[in-house]
Design a protein around this ligand. Structure first.
Ligand code: SAH
Ligand code: SF4
Ligand code: F3S
Length: 486
């Protein structure tokens, strides 16, 4: 493995200098959840919806509350403070939170002193009006305001409803070391940026998350190093568009690109796997692909949301690439990273989508043969460009029929892709017991495919060579041949 870097950032200096704040956060994170330090005797419960970034935000919130002396509980009935970290991406995501609030209403009747806080994207989108719509809510707090949560709690305890939905151009929570929630102790998320400047016409994220900003490369590497030192073996670098990561060193004014950041994280240890999400087809550079090729520990897997296979629809979505450009990116991946796993996101039934546009989406799927896809029916979001400009004119019935076709085709492709792996040997990073049986372990290949195999002598965190013997469209099954690193 080659070991040079394009930046002036001295890695060894970083490695010896963990985040100041991390020491505090780390100590709390290591304690059993139910019995974390009782400094103020109060417990909080947190539930997360939406994307990985939102889950990671909950870990930041947990860290902020832990330093305030709060303990975490996994049972909301024991909590003094119940937090829902919400998502607004589709109407259904919001409906789930509304129905969760109904359940909590009954609980609050029995325990009226319990405070209820709405965090995240719904809080940001609906702001104060959420307090009027949902009587039981005491606190509404947007994604850039989590540092003010203790103050808002104090306000709510005094009987006032408390709101902070200010968005920021600077906040990255760079110095907050997240408390890992629901962790397998092997893989963790690390947010490298916040917000989004892309304005895809269907998408609410730029409104709920604000302007794009990149977190200090130093703090990202320090966090990843800290995770590695604590036994973690995989980090996933998160951003709405990781390819537009750009951080300027405050003194030298040198900028770090995503390709450079990837390299810095990969250099922490060959035993630390590095993943990232999400790549944007318009911004994904060959530099990133070459960096991936150079390091064995950067996983050969790219999530490259296409959204639609029709150039006309892509233009209307304001994705700023067309079908040909996307195909060019796929060709570059195939050429620079043979065998790289590729997954995508697809929206069915966007405004004005015709049968021909839909057929182009299916043909794009045939062209790529994605390993995996997240597939959605278009859901109009208030305030977005599409909601203001275009009628949501594809009837639900047609949207759903198209979505079902997309799902059926993807199931075929996932199965074909998995069948092609049968008989091959893959390096698997063991994550945990298999859901079905604790006689089996599971973990993922470099290409992000889940593999189940009999436990033998192996443990979570081990790298194991596994021979694939069978598959479904969802996962691979095999037998362990031995440790990857003897
Ligand atoms: N930043 C990522 C996407 C984040 S949102 C990117 O640009 O690829 C995750 C996915 O939700 C999107 O890729 C899109 O497929 C889907 N999505 C977003 N808004 C939607 C909407 N209004 N209706 C249906 N699906 C939507
Ligand atoms: Fe939304 Fe587009 Fe930004 Fe992704 S890139 S978060 S789809 S606006
Ligand atoms: Fe949802 Fe907000 Fe993520 S809308 S998908 S939680 S950025």
């Amino acid at each position: 493995m080659q070991q040079h870097t394009h930046t002036d950032i001295n890695l060894s200096e970083l490695i010896n200098k963990p985040l100041e704040e991390s020491r505090q956060g780390e100590a709390l994170a290591e304690l059993p959840l139910e019995t974390a330090t009782i400094v103020n005797g109060r417990h909080f419960y947190i539930e997360s919806y939406g994307c990985q970034m939102n889950f990671n935000d909950s870990e930041i919130v947990a860290s902020i509350l832990a330093t305030e002396g709060y303990s975490l509980t996994n049972n909301y009935e024991n909590a003094d403070l119940i937090l829902l970290n919400t998502c607004s991406i589709r109407e259904k995501a919001e409906e789930r939170v509304r129905s969760r609030l109904k359940t909590l209403t009954q609980m609050k009747r029995k325990k009226p002193q319990t405070l209820i806080g709405i965090l995240g994207c719904m809080a940001e989108r609906l702001k104060k009006s959420l307090l009027e719509q949902e009587q039981i809510v005491d606190i509404v707090i947007g994604p850039d305001s989590y540092r003010s949560l203790p103050a808002l709690i104090a306000e709510a305890e005094g009987g006032q409803k408390a709101v902070n939905v200010l968005l920021s151009r600077e906040e990255t929570y760079a110095d907050v070391n997240p408390v890992r929630l629901d962790s397998n102790g092997v893989s963790a998320f690390v947010s490298i940026m916040r917000g989004c400047d892309n304005m895809c016409s269907f998408c609410v994220v730029p409104f709920t998350r604000g302007r794009e900003r990149s977190r200090s490369a130093y703090s990202i590497v320090a966090e990843a190093q800290n995770l590695f030192d604590r036994g973690y073996r995989e980090v996933t670098l998160l951003g709405q568009n990781v390819d537009s990561y750009k951080w300027q060193h405050p003194e030298t004014e040198q900028t770090t690109t995503f390709a450079q950041l990837l390299e810095m994280v990969a250099q922490i240890s060959p035993l630390l796997r590095v993943r990232f999400s999400t790549s944007h087809p318009k911004d994904m550079t060959n530099d990133v692909l070459h960096t991936m090729a150079k390091y064995r520990n950067i996983c050969k897997y790219i999530h490259l949301p296409v959204q639609s296979g029709s150039s006309r629809v892509l233009q209307q979505m304001n994705r700023t690439y067309d079908r040909q450009w996307y195909i060019g990116r796929i060709e570059a991946i195939r050429q620079i990273l043979p065998g790289c796993g590729i997954s995508t996101d697809i929206i069915a039934g966007f405004c004005t989508e015709t049968d021909d546009d839909h057929a182009e989406t299916l043909s794009m799927m045939e062209y790529v043969h994605y390993d995996m896809a997240y597939m959605f029916a278009y859901s109009e979001r208030p305030g977005t460009l599409a909601a203001r400009r275009y009628p949501d004119d594809v009837p639900d019935e047609i949207k759903n029929r198209r979505l079902q076709q997309i799902i059926a085709l993807q199931n075929q492709h996932s199965l074909l892709r998995n069948q092609a792996d049968v008989g091959k040997v893959f390096t698997v990073l063991v994550e945990k017991n298999s859901k079905r049986s604790d006689k089996d372990l599971c973990g993922r290949t470099d290409q992000n495919k889940m593999v189940v195999f009999p436990r033998g002598q192996y443990q979570p965190g081990d790298y194991v060579e596994v021979l694939i013997e069978s598959c479904t469209s969802a996962s691979l099954k095999g037998k362990a041949l031995g440790y990857t690193y003897p």
